[in-house]
Design a protein around this ligand. Sequence first.
Ligand SMILES: Cc1cc2nc3c(=O)[nH]c(=O)nc-3n(C[C@H](O)[C@H](O)[C@H](O)COP(=O)(O)OP(=O)(O)OC[C@H]3O[C@@H](n4cnc5c(N)ncnc54)[C@H](O)[C@@H]3O)c2cc1C
Ligand SMILES: NC(=O)c1ccc[n+]([C@@H]2O[C@H](COP(=O)([O-])OP(=O)(O)OC[C@H]3O[C@@H](n4cnc5c(N)ncnc54)[C@H](OP(=O)(O)O)[C@@H]3O)[C@@H](O)[C@H]2O)c1
Length: 487
Amino acid sequence: MAIFRARRVLWRSFSTVSSHPLRVCIVGSGPAGFYTAEKILKTHQGSQVDIIDRLPTPYGLVRSGVAPDHPETKNVINQFSRVAQNGRCSFFGNVALGSSISLVELRELYHVVVLAYGAESDRVVGIPGEDLKGVHSAREFVWWYNGHPDGRNLDPDLKNTDTAVILGQGNVALDVARILLRPTSELAITDIASHALTALEQSSIRKVYLVGRRGPVQAACTAKELREVLGIKDLYIHIKETDLKITPADEEEMKNSRIHRRIYELLSKAATAGPSRPSSGQRELHFVFFRQPDRFLESYDKKGYVSGVHLEKTGLKGIGSGKQIAIGTGQFENLSCGIVLKSIGYKSVPVDDLPFDNQKGVVPNVKGRVLSDNSGDPTSFENGLYVCGWLKRGPTGIIATNLYCAEETVASLSEDLELGVLASTTRLPKLGRDGLLQILDNRNVRVVPFSAWERIDKEEKRLGSLRNKPREKLTSWEELLKVAGSE
Ligand SMILES: Cc1cc2nc3c(=O)[nH]c(=O)nc-3n(C[C@H](O)[C@H](O)[C@H](O)COP(=O)(O)OP(=O)(O)OC[C@H]3O[C@@H](n4cnc5c(N)ncnc54)[C@H](O)[C@@H]3O)c2cc1C
Ligand SMILES: NC(=O)c1ccc[n+]([C@@H]2O[C@H](COP(=O)([O-])OP(=O)(O)OC[C@H]3O[C@@H](n4cnc5c(N)ncnc54)[C@H](OP(=O)(O)O)[C@@H]3O)[C@@H](O)[C@H]2O)c1
């Protein structure tokens, strides 16, 4: 308590000596960006917070990641929009760090820059055939069905095959499987992009294989999401009973993780619950364990297109601390399919002048303070530069995880302000918002403020109401900017 009071006094003394407000720019308007903004506005009275996003629409993966049939998860948007409407906060969409404005410029304009621009690329498997047509990342597929303007042209071929292979068994893999297998009448009343709904209505995919390189005890999904996919109406589930055999090491893993035990129990139950064969025309979901991709196979008839995955059987090897990794056995088999969705994780991308750990795909940081390089020296920080969310921790964690992540980053920022670490920057008045808008205007960047997003929001809801959907997303840059610009 005493420390808390002392800190408050220190902060008050900072704000009374500086005659100008603390100007903060947050890059990215996903959960990490909005939770950071909320916390800064609350903690630092008088601060001004600008959030920029490369899209004309806010909310990051809450809009373009969370599955359309999970509307309740998107309610967090109400909280974020209240933050954007705070008189000391502004949202500027259609402003991309890297192309509209550089990091160096932002750091000149603001006392503090917090990077929260997520992970917009993919981990690669790194095996032959990965660039064959029909091999997509789950990120691209999710952007496509969620109406992200950069995902609109994916046009996955769901008509010329009855089989899809999904690599990975995390929650994104389960989302993708559910969208492929769920009756389209149930998707039609969600905010799924209309181009995706049409393609899914015409889809000939009947079999989906979810391929994991480890076993049922190690599957990366969570119980609620697994239960949901197992509960899809009229779906045949196949799990090999031999894959369910467990070792003492598996037992140990389950003892240490209730989630893993629950997943294993659900899979074991599903393996025996249903009929032993699918009925005619029934959709099928196959869980394939202990298989890692070795190469993607090219079709003989359709050159350049994928026709299957060459899989290597694996076994598990303990590496200490209770963790087991997949090891190839040298035995192989083919799994035929006409489309592959790689759901093995997202990856962040660097921008110029930003220290970046290419190996981990994150900005090197200590509790959100950006480190000057990857040399391992944990004492050399970039003054006034912070990071939050997937760009800080890597591409894992649910929406709420970013709340704790933002609290940690803002605590570091507050501590630096209190201790005078940022004095060389915060002593000076900064142009902030006015300077940003001036540069963007000089470059003819069409900024989309929150009021213009509200126009998009209203129009999407209006279009949705015509089709009994909560919203009909505008899915092209042209449409989005047109509606944003209409008074
Ligand atoms: C497919 C999928 C489904 C998910 N479903 C759920 C779920 O149901 N429930 C749940 O709790 N969690 C879910 N999650 C996890 C959750 O979405 C993430 O934890 C969270 O969105 C990460 O927040 P973030 O702010 O770090 O990144 P993001 O949400 O990705 O936000 C990053 C923002 O930065 C912007 N940006 C990117 N590059 C730039 C740039 N150069 N300049 C300016 N702006 C830029 C992007 O447009 C985006 O708005 C899901 C994740 C995925 C991938
Ligand atoms: N409804 C929800 O709450 C929801 C929905 C979607 C996403 N999310 C969250 O978003 C985060 C990201 O999800 P995610 O599914 O993208 O990631 P994830 O949970 O990390 O799962 C990645 C999967 O890919 C596998 N994998 C990784 N590298 C591989 C390789 N080289 N070859 C084969 N397989 C490989 C992993 O297997 P190993 O385990 O063997 O590494 C794992 O099965 C997670 O925290 C997730 O919980 C939540």
